[in-house]
Ligand binder design. Structure first.
Ligand code: 5AD
Ligand code: SF4
Length: 462
């Protein structure tokens, strides 16, 4: 992974100046509402966007209707994510008709697609501002142009991107925090648009990550989730991901998780961490995508079914009881029924705690988008349902096996389903609901007393 430039102090100072200018210009408190689509990386980018907006004097609004600025942070990994974003943004036209001062901004992965920003600029005159994934830090200047200079601001950079340190972050939780440790992806899986919209891999320096983690721990954060499109290919100043985990574990971060890992980069050193690091949660998200070797090759995944199963075996021998989860694509171009059956058999063999399953969605500019695909959509839907049914029965079995265990739970808040209950995850990643009046961010020992299809129910021990 190449060293990438860090955005200069001068460039950031300029943006800080714009933040101050916007704050002075608006003179009153305006409200923002951010809608985030897509993955945890986007969720964390939205926390940075919120941090900048608050620095500019904006306050968080609970709904779009209450806001003076609505910002969509978009995803484009599958077509339905894109349709959802577009549908939502178009709906804002009505809101703006009622409130002409409303500022509408759109950012994120979808804006990095070839021609997308130009298309929005032309077709949707009610959109005021567009930015991409490589210039999030320039939002203050763009907003200045909209608010003070009263013009539309559309800016998307083609560059692979650099790293931006030191932007303000408004975190959604006081006890659980995301830290992005690397950006971008070099893998070019043939179906995936991410390398085109997020650019090449670049890692933050170990010192910057450790400093951020220390500040979080000092402020009472109990769980840190390390993020990267390909988190385990982290390479900061010559240090590998396993080394970073060792350093964080020593720092005393109570709980560490990370995602997403690519099987080809799951080194023995990283696997050993699961046996050696007390603060590393027993949970690994290791997307397999498909169980058939020909399909894996067409996907450019660079591992075989056998190699993947060998990795699972190694991980489980180092850490029995680890919770494994996966992403799986059904209906890749040319996938036959027999090839799909290999995915089913792999799922039976691995027995994931949970799997995110997707019907293949052609993405413009990717290699797979031009591969012949004769399987009807109905057949793909039938197949994904078979996969979901299989995974659901495995998930439910694994949940039942947790009954009787005592688990250390980090309370995340009130349960949305059961009044009087709170919820939180086990080390292995299962969500547990239990009665009690415990504040979020507290740890609780809970005995699991029953299991639903995907969640557990417990009783408080202490
Ligand atoms: N179609 C369907 N699913 C996709 N994913 C990525 N690209 C596509 C696509 N074109 C899935 C992969 C990835 C997850 C984040 O999204 O399973 O791991
Ligand atoms: Fe996409 Fe593959 Fe990179 Fe994951 S590893 S972001 S699936 S190209």
């Amino acid at each position: 992974m190449k060293e990438r430039p860090i955005i200069s102090e001068e460039a950031l100072a300029e943006q800080r100046q714009y933040m101050a200018s916007v704050r002075d210009a608006i003179g009153q408190t305006l409200k923002y509402h951010i809608v985030t689509l897509g993955c945890q990386m986007n969720a964390h980018d939205s926390e940075t966007i919120a941090g900048m907006l608050e620095e500019m004097g904006f306050e968080n609004a609970p709904t779009r209707e209450d806001a003076d600025l609505v910002l969509y942070n978009t995803c484009c990994v599958r077509e339905n994510a894109e349709n959802k974003a577009l549908g939502n943004v178009i709906w804002l036209k009505e809101l703006k008709a009622k409130k002409p001062s409303l500022i509408i901004a759109v950012g994120g992965c979808m804006m990095q697609e070839e021609g997308m920003s130009e298309r929005l600029q032309k077709m949707y005159p009610f959109i005021d501002l567009v930015f991409g994934t490589h210039n999030t830090h320039r939002l203050p200047e763009l907003l200045y142009r909209v608010i003070v200079e009263k013009e539309r601001a559309f800016e998307v950079l083609k560059t692979d991107g650099s790293i931006c340190e030191g932007l303000p972050i408004r975190r959604n939780s006081a006890s659980q925090a995301y830290i992005t440790i690397m950006y971008g992806c070099n893998n070019f899986c043939s179906y995936c648009i991410v390398p085109y919209v997020r650019g090449r891999e670049r890692s933050r320096s170990m010192e910057n990550i450790l400093t951020e983690a220390q500040q979080l721990v000092d402020s009472g954060v109990q769980e840190i989730m390390l993020l990267g499109q390909n988190v385990n290919s982290y390479m900061g100043g010559g240090a590998h991901f396993a080394e970073l985990l060792y350093r964080l574990d020593k720092m005393g971060v109570p709980r560490i998780r990370f995602m997403t890992s690519h099987p080809k980069d799951l080194s023995d050193e990283l696997i050993a961490c699961f046996g050696e690091l007390p603060h590393l949660c027993k949970q690994l998200h290791l997307p397999v995508q498909a169980g058939n070797n020909r399909i894996l090759e067409c996907m450019n995944r660079r591992y075989t079914r056998e190699h993947y199963l060998e990795l699972v075996h190694k991980v489980r021998s180092v850490c029995p009881g680890i919770g494994l989860t996966s992403d799986i694509i059904v209906g890749f171009p040319g996938e036959t029924y027999e090839e799909f059956e290999d995915t089913l058999s792999l799922v039976r063999e691995v027995r994931y705690d949970a799997a995110f399953t997707f019907i293949y969605s052609p993405r413009p500019g990717t290699k797979a988008a031009v591969m012949p695909d004769s399987t009807p959509y109905e057949e793909k839907s039938r197949r994904i349902q078979m996969l979901i049914d299989l995974q659901n029965s495995i998930t439910s079995d694994i949940c039942s096996q947790q009954i009787g265990k005592t688990e250390h739970i980090l309370v995340e808040g009130a349960s949305t389903r059961d009044p009087g209950f709170v919820c939180g995850k086990t080390d292995r990643g299962h969500m547990v609901n239990f009665p009690g009046n415990i504040a979020s961010g507290q740890m609780a020992d809970v005995r699991i007393i029953s299991a639903g299809k995907t969640t557990l129910r417990g009783e408080l021990i202490k």
